[in-house]
Design a binder for this molecule. Structure first.
Ligand code: 76R
Length: 274
């Protein structure tokens, strides 16, 4: 049966996100003839091209740094059936037993619970800027705010990932320990704490692009943290600085870190000695 006969699994909002990291079995690869190697690389390159041409779909490819993994993929696409089909094809794209999965992560793009609401913004215009509701200036600022938030929310759910070279991924959960239980805090407290987190984050504007994807019910941790940078220094700096922010210092637990480099496919094949 072709996949086309199956109903799509498209979320009410957002896209599915798959991080896939593999080791390359060089022993197996070296058994291939030059012709077989070329066919395998052409197969992967054609698949990447095919996936990148799919609507609302992004596929990033990384040369992973450190022997934890050799090659990494990050896939964003609406339909989980399609994500699953692509995942199976990627795994076999270089031939049977060449790619061994070492880590994978399923998550979804999501909206933040902690953004400023219309009512909160209106209140801040009145209290801080002394603008009267109904006045031209008040309404202009409210309209500008709504436009900003619409774009902000669209970028969260349907992001456009940058071609920045440095890629960092790690799973993260909020702690549930006696006295340090994020989920036992009331909403205003969590919102206040997240405000501090965002202030630290904003210092890295233009240096770090972060995509926080939710994975409660989908994978072992609660979020996937994906960071892009031009400079590894900024990755190290933001993760270090955030460790002092209470949201991370008191309430965050982290999984393993994976670092990769985004490369054009031909460079990647050379780098991986394929
Ligand atoms: O998205 C926004 O810009 C709004 C504010 C914001 C939210 C709601 C924000 C800003 N984050 C939010 C949510 Mn974040 N973030 C992390 C990590 O290593 C660590 O200590 C933590 C991993 C980093 C590095 C990071 C960076 N953030 C979240 C959530 C969901 C929490 C929830 O819903 O309970 C997690 C798990 C999380 C983790 N964050 C920012 C950044 C950066 C760089 C920003 C500023 C973005 C910008 O304004 O350019």
């Amino acid at each position: 049966m072709s996949d086309k006969a199956i109903d799509a699994v498209v979320p009410a909002e957002g896209w599915h996100v798959l991080h896939l990291f593999y080791k390359i079995e060089q022993g197996q690869w070296q058994l291939f003839s030059t012709e077989e190697k070329l066919r395998a690389k052409t197969n992967l390159a054609a698949l990447v091209q095919e996936v990148r041409a799919m609507p609302d779909t992004q596929l990033l490819v990384f040369s992973m740094v450190s022997p934890k993994a050799d090659i990494g993929f990050m896939l964003l696409t609406p339909d989980l059936q399609n994500a699953n089909a692509i995942e199976k094809r990627l795994s076999l794209s270089l031939g049977a037993d060449v790619l061994t999965p070492v880590f994978s992560y399923l998550s979804m793009t999501e909206l933040s619970e902690y953004t400023t609401s219309d009512a909160e913004y209106a209140q801040s215009l009145e209290a801080e800027e002394k603008l009267a509701p109904g006045s031209t200036e008040f309404e202009e600022k409210m309209n500008a705010f709504r436009t900003r938030m619409t774009k902000y929310n669209r970028d969260k759910l349907y992001p456009n990932l940058p071609p920045w070279p440095v890629f960092c991924f790690y799973p993260m959960s909020k702690r549930r320990a006696p006295g340090q239980n994020w989920y036992a805090l009331d909403f205003p407290e969590r919102k206040k704490l997240m405000g501090g987190h965002a202030r630290v984050g904003r210092k890295y504007h233009g240096k770090i692009l972060q995509l926080i994807t939710g994975s409660t019910g989908l994978d072992d941790a609660e979020w996937g943290v994906t960071l892009f940078a031009h400079d590894t220094f900024q990755v190290k700096a933001i993760v270090y600085e955030m460790r002092f922010d209470p949201v991370s210092a008191d309430y965050a637990d982290f999984g393993e870190f994976y670092i990769g480099l985004q490369l054009p496919l031909d460079e990647l094949f050379q780098r991986l000695q394929l």
